[in-house]
Structure formats: C-alpha cells, structure tokens
Ligand binder design. Structure first.
Ligand code: FAD
Length: 433
C-alpha cells in the first residue's frame, strides 16, 4: 500500500503541509501532478507561459525526487478519470493534498473526495498556501472581516510562532516511493509550445529588497518589489519562510502578504465574487459604456495616457505588471472608460503569470469601487498625476512607451476631467436607483 501526495499550487518539497503529513503516514509516498484538461482546454494561447512555468517546475521536482530515488507521476486528463486509473494501478491507502479556495477547485476536490471515499480511500486536505484561512481570523462577533485594516490587526494578534514554523519535510524524505524516473508528458503532447528562452522571475529573494520595501515599492521604474508573485501562486516557495522574513525586516511587506490572506478568506466566505458578481450588489446596476474600440486601445496600451499604456505593454510583453500600475490601469478602465471591470479582470486573468482569482478579483473590485474594502467611488485616479508622483523621472514610461513624448503618440482617448465627472455621475445614478 502507498500514499499519494497530489501537488497542485504547492510545487515544492520543502515546507509543504500535505507532503509532510503524507511522508509521516507510515506509507511510501508517491507524488502526483495532474495537468487538468478542463483547465488547459480553456486557455486560448498555445504559448501560455503559466503552462510552461508549471512544466519547468515539475521538471525541477522530478530531478529533485530522482536524487532521492523517487519520481513524480504526471498525468494529463480530468482529475476524477485520472484517479479511477490510478486506483487500478496502485494499491492506494490514503491521498494527501492542500486546500485551494477557488470555487472551481472546491468543486473538483469535493468530487475527487467523494470518489475516493466511495472507494474506501482516505482523502486528507491541509492548509498550506496561506497563514490563516477560512474561519481562523474572525471578528469579535464571529463574522468574517470585510475591511482590511481590522482584519490585519486581528491577523497579527492571532499570529504565533506556531503558524510560521516550517514543516520539516526533509526529516522524512526516506519515505518517498522508490522508483526510476517516471515519464513526463511534453508541452507539445498537450497542445502547447515551449518557450525555452523566456526568463521567469527568480525563485529566491534577498532580505535587502524586503528591508527597503516601504521606500521602493511604489515606483514601477525601480526594482522595488520582490517579484515573487508567480512563485507564491504556484507554491514554488513557502509563505511561512517569507512571512518570517517579513516579520524580521519590514512591516509594510508583511502587510502585503496579509492582503493575500485577506482576499483568500473573502473568496472563501463570499464565493459570489468569484462567480462574476460584485461584492456589493448595488454596483451591478452600473450602466457600463463597454465600447469595444476603447477596450482594445486599453488592452494594447494605446490610450494616450503614458502610465496606463506602459502598464498594459509591460503586461503584454512579460505577464507582469507593477502593483501601482495595476491599480491605475484597472481604475482607468472601469472609471475613465466605464468598461465593465469584469472585462479587465478577464484580460488580466489571461495575461498575468501570477493570476490568482482571489487577488485579481479583489484588486479589480477595489479599483472599480464594488469591492469589500474599496476606494470610494468618487475617488478617481488621475493617471497623469500618478505618473508624476510614482514615475517622476519617467523611467518606467520611457522603457515601455518610448514614443510617449514624441510626435505621433495618440492623444488621450478621453479627457481626464470630463471622464472623472462622467464616472461619478454614472456611479451615482446606479447607487441611487
Ligand atoms: P510584492 O510587492 O513584492 O508583494 C509580495 C507578495 O504579496 C506578492 O507576490 C503577492 O503574492 C502578495 N501581494 C501583494 N499585494 C497584494 C494584493 N494587493 N493582493 C493580494 N496579494 C498581494 N496579485 C496576484 O498575486 N495575482 C493577481 O492575479 C493579482 N491581480 C491584481 C489585479 C489588480 C487590479 C490589482 C490592483 C492587484 C493585483 N494583484 C494580484 C496584487 C499585486 O499587484 C501583485 O501581487 C504584485 O504586484 C506582485 O508583484 P510582487 O511579487 O513584486 O509583489
């Protein structure tokens, strides 16, 4: 009999909750990764860099496991079908995996859990990708927090060393199932193309960067943030390791990691936000203009607002956009252009390497004003002022929009003062109705 550890957004052997408990179970542990056909079929770009990223990281895991005399079973298909096949092939006693809070993942895990239990296999699941989940941080009255500041206060008050301690998986590495390397399906076999030259952000971080985070993080022209988001997204690094560094070096940085937990618990308690609805239902009455041509100009970085265009071009070229600029571009789409924020949310979902339903939806609803802890609707970012303040030497703009100061750069797609007034009136009309 063996135990299986099913990897999903936790692609590492170090400090991984489900893996730790599997290795301690007394059974030999076979790691498993499923390229989920139901997810991959929805991706329209055969060069989708997230698939490349996962594939590279699986290859790395496979090498690490080979040095331990083990390997990872990699499957391509619908999860329940894969499990049917595996139950025929191996004598499986128990299955271990980590929680995923996205509605589709919750449904998938319910279905797999039911299937395994019906076949008398235990299915154990664990918290791994955040410090606090679900109901671990609630208000005095036992309800979920919907405003960040009191949430973060309660988060910090609940924190003890226990929550940031690493799971010492390494102690139990001799419990891996021993096998020669198992086959690894290629990207091409799944209908994708490899992009071997693409350089993803590094998997390591310097404490120096975290130490100076508060002074540098708002300037997109500097390397002032950690660029770890894709690694946090796929769990190639441990949140506990990172939180310990944040606690040691920088309170502002810790706050950003708390935002991440905040949005996970919002999605858990208010799953409607992940199903296309505003957190505040009255915002679903807004009469969006939804002009296709303006949306396309925004997507391509042709709005005539250099900071907005720089952000969109950075996103299109690299799969990344600086946080300050995510806020400005999102606000611009929803408020200046009055395009339904869900269009922008979907565009980011397609392009961002670090795309995460909870954080992306949280960010978009914040910018559109419809979210749980949103900027008030009458506060409309001025993209030119934002550029002056946060890109004072135009380093970021010059990098992505070199023609911004030259003849031929398009005039603004809409004038700021006019757009601001129009947004406020449109929002007011919806909220009064
Ligand atoms: P750092 O500044 O170094 O922060 C460290 C880590 O903290 C990040 O890697 C991230 O995991 C987390 N974090 C930071 N800010 C936030 C936040 N506001 N919400 C949640 N987590 C945060 N982040 C995503 O990970 N995925 C998304 O799909 C996503 N979409 C966004 C959409 C919009 C409209 C906005 C305004 C923000 C979005 N963010 C998203 C949050 C934030 O912009 C990115 O996490 C950050 O820019 C990633 O860069 P970094 O790793 O250098 O971050």
């Amino acid at each position: 009999k063996i135990a299986v550890c099913w990897f999903r957004r936790d692609l590492r052997l170090h400090d991984q909750a489900a893996l730790y408990y599997a290795l301690k179970s007394g059974y030999r542990v076979l790691p498993l990764f499923i390229f989920d056909r139901e997810i991959l079929d929805k991706l329209s770009d055969p060069r989708d860099l997230r698939v490349t990223f996962i594939h590279r990281e699986i290859r790395r895991l496979r090498e690490e496991l080979a040095s331990l005399g083990s390997s990872i079973r990699v499957e391509y298909g619908a999860p329940v079908d894969v499990w049917k096949k595996l139950l025929h092939e191996y004598d499986i006693a128990e299955v271990y995996t980590n929680h995923d809070y996205e509605p589709a993942a919750v449904d998938r895990d319910d279905a797999v859990g039911k299937f395994l239990n019906a076949n008398r296999k235990a299915f154990y699941t664990f918290k791994d990708q955040c410090i606090f989940e679900k109901k671990e941080v609630l208000s005095q009255s036992g309800t979920p927090y919907t405003v960040f500041t009191p949430y973060s206060r309660a988060w910090k008050a609940t924190l003890t060393d226990f929550y940031t301690r690493s799971y010492p998986t390494e102690t139990y590495f001799d419990a891996f199932f021993q096998t020669p390397p198992l086959p690894l399906i290629s990207l091409e076999e799944m209908g994708f193309e490899d992009t071997p030259a693409f350089a993803f952000p590094e998997r390591s971080w310097s404490s120096e960067r975290i130490r100076h985070y508060a002074e540098t993080r708002d300037f997109p022209g500097m390397e002032g943030t950690t660029r770890l988001s894709v690694h946090l997204r796929f769990g190639t690094i441990s949140i506990r390791d990172l939180v310990r560094d944040a606690l040691a070096y920088n309170a502002t940085y810790l706050n950003e990691l708390i935002w991440r937990d905040f949005y996970f618990q919002i999605l858990h308690h208010f799953p409607h936000v992940g199903k296309g609805l505003s957190f505040r239902p009255e915002y679903d009455r807004i009469r969006w203009r939804n002009k296709e041509a303006e949306f396309e100009a925004w997507c391509d970085g042709r709005t005539g607002y250099p900071l907005v265009d720089a952000g969109m071009r950075e996103l299109n070229a690299t799969g990344y956009m600086h946080n300050r600029v995510r806020m400005v571009t999102a606000s611009f789409l929803a408020k200046h252009l009055l395009v339904d924020w869900r269009w922008g949310e979907a565009y980011f979902a397609k392009k961002l390497l670090d795309y995460d339903l909870a954080a992306n939806n949280g960010g978009w609803q914040w910018a559109a004003g419809s979210g749980c802890d949103a900027a008030p609707y009458f506060r409309v970012f001025n993209p030119a002022l934002q550029a002056q303040k946060f890109d004072p030497h135009r380093r970021y703009i010059r990098k992505w929009v070199p023609e911004a100061d030259a003849f031929g750069y398009p005039p603004p797609v809409v004038e700021h003062a006019f757009a601001r007034e129009r947004a406020i009136q449109t929002y007011q009309a919806a909220l009064k109705a």
